[in-house]
Ligand binder design. Structure first.
Ligand SMILES: *Cc1c(COP(=O)(O)O)cnc(C)c1O
Length: 459
């Protein structure tokens, strides 16, 4: 029985030479088509051996080969419409870059550039030279460098300043960020010994002082960006901690997480700790992300006192964690927008989305609801409602931004199914399910340039 089915299978060569695959051979090469045919026939043979019944006709084989070839050439990374209501969504690549950064990436990507070339001296230069001055200008730091992301920035800083020594941190700051970044683990992997002090809700200066000994190398402060401890609480602020460290010649390192380069309250947003404030308070080193509130590419920025930055730059691990020319190009362009606070909210997409007027979001929501009603038909209920967006990436917890959402419900279809239907669209549309309703947040949907806000194809 199974040997009969096996004998029915055509040879690899027969399939490759079949008329139907001719166009694939000419566009994808005979070599590749042959490999895929071998794969498909191999899987069918295994199915037959295992007694699984299925269509093993020539037509089916050709169809599977064509499907596999086409899948192989489709880009895996594709555009998604972010209607989730989370502005800085880690799973969607966080900040959307400004036009200036995109242009800068294009130049760096397609050309030789002076990444490590001093054009005045005609000698080898330093890749930090493109960013250090502007980071120092914007933060007040003496020196700065960048690495791959903020996790790398924390890791490199601790490894440089405290390897084989002790790092003291409050128990209230032993944070975990989504995606397996846990401060205690990073401290250990940096080669340092973690010393926890205080309690979850209360830590005092005396707790740090009594833990300090000859093995102590760093006092670490981590911004509790994705949660808040409320109620009977007490923590040692940076200034006080710098005083404790200064008296004993110990540097204070602060992991700010998002870290802001300006006072966001001038745009009506809640205040997030600013890098400049930490530098002014005397932190030896401050680390923060390039792609959170800053609105740039994935990067970890390390800013602080020159003596510590010099040591960090000399660490051989720095080379392993360094950023590429595309990141440097994009970050430079993004940081330059901060030189003009008046144009920043228009030019920087992250800030534009965060400060978008409710009336403008409402207009987009009305238009989207009208189009979706037409498209989905009368079985669906489509309404514009008030809702809340989130900043995301652990920034500004507790704070929600008033927005307008389009809610979509159906008598028989559960919201999870509608969610999946929108995600299967081309391009995928990411909404969210909240209280038995499927919601599309319009905060990040730009006004429809071609009058079609949602290019819905599949339903
Ligand atoms: C987000 C965050 C990190 C990790 O930053 P990445 O840029 O994602 O590597 C570290 N510490 C804090 C406090 C954070 O909020």
């Amino acid at each position: 029985m199974s040997s009969k089915s096996l004998r029915q299978l055509p040879s690899v060569d027969e399939v490759v030479r079949s008329h139907k695959l001719k166009q694939y051979v000419s566009s994808y090469s005979k070599h590749l088509v042959t490999r895929i045919v071998r794969d498909v026939l191999g899987r069918m043979r295994a199915d037959i051996f295992a007694g699984r019944k299925g269509d093993v006709s020539m037509g089916k084989i050709q169809e599977l080969v064509a499907e596999q070839l086409e899948d192989m050439f489709k880009p895996s990374l594709k555009k998604i419409i972010n209607a989730s209501g989370v502005v800085l969504h880690t799973n969607l690549g966080r900040a959307i870059l400004c036009d200036e950064a995109i242009d800068a990436i294009k130049i760096s990507a397609g050309n030789a550039v002076n990444l490590e070339m001093d054009l005045e001296k005609g000698e080898r230069g330093n890749r930090d030279s493109h960013l250090e001055n502007i980071i120092c200008y914007l933060t007040g730091a003496e020196a700065a460098t960048i690495v791959n992301n903020n996790a790398a920035a924390v890791f490199l800083t601790l490894n440089t300043l405290a390897e084989k020594k002790e790092v003291i941190i409050s128990r209230g700051e032993l944070i975990e960020i989504g995606g397996s970044f846990r401060i205690p683990d990073v401290i250990k992997k940096s080669g340092c010994r973690l010393v926890e002090v205080g309690s979850t809700n209360r830590t005092h200066a005396s707790d740090y002082i009594s833990a300090i000994n000859k093995n102590t190398a760093v006092l670490l402060k981590a911004h509790t960006s994705n949660y808040a401890i409320v109620g009977f609480t007490s923590s040692v602020d940076l200034k006080e901690l710098v005083k404790v460290g200064g008296d004993r010649n110990l540097p204070v390192v602060e992991d700010l997480g998002s870290g802001s380069l300006m006072d966001l309250s001038r745009f009506g947003l809640p205040r997030e700790p600013q890098v400049r404030e930490s530098i002014e308070a005397g932190a030896a080193v401050v680390t923060f992300s390039g792609d959170k509130l800053l609105g740039g590419p994935q990067a970890g920025i390390i800013a602080g006192k020159r003596e510590y930055l010099q040591r960090i730059n000399k660490n051989p691990l720095k080379r392993a964690l360094r950023a590429c020319k595309l990141t440097i190009a994009a970050l430079e362009a993004t940081l330059k927008l901060y030189l003009n606070h008046d144009t920043l909210p228009q030019k920087l997409p992250t800030l534009r989305f965060l400060t978008r007027p409710a009336a403008e979001i409402a207009l987009v929501a009305e238009e989207a609801a009208r189009l979706l009603k037409q498209r989905l038909g009368s079985d669906y209920s489509v309404k514009v409602e008030d809702g809340f967006s989130r900043i995301g990436s652990g920034s500004l917890p507790e704070e929600a931004l008033a927005t307008k959402v389009v809610s979509i419900t159906h008598m028989e279809t559960p919201p999870e199914k509608i969610f999946a239907m929108f995600l299967a669209n081309n391009p995928p549309i990411l909404g969210r399910v909240h209280r038995e309703k499927f919601l599309l947040d319009m905060r990040m949907i730009e006004k429809g340039e071609d009058a079609v806000i949602f290019p819905i194809s599949n339903f």
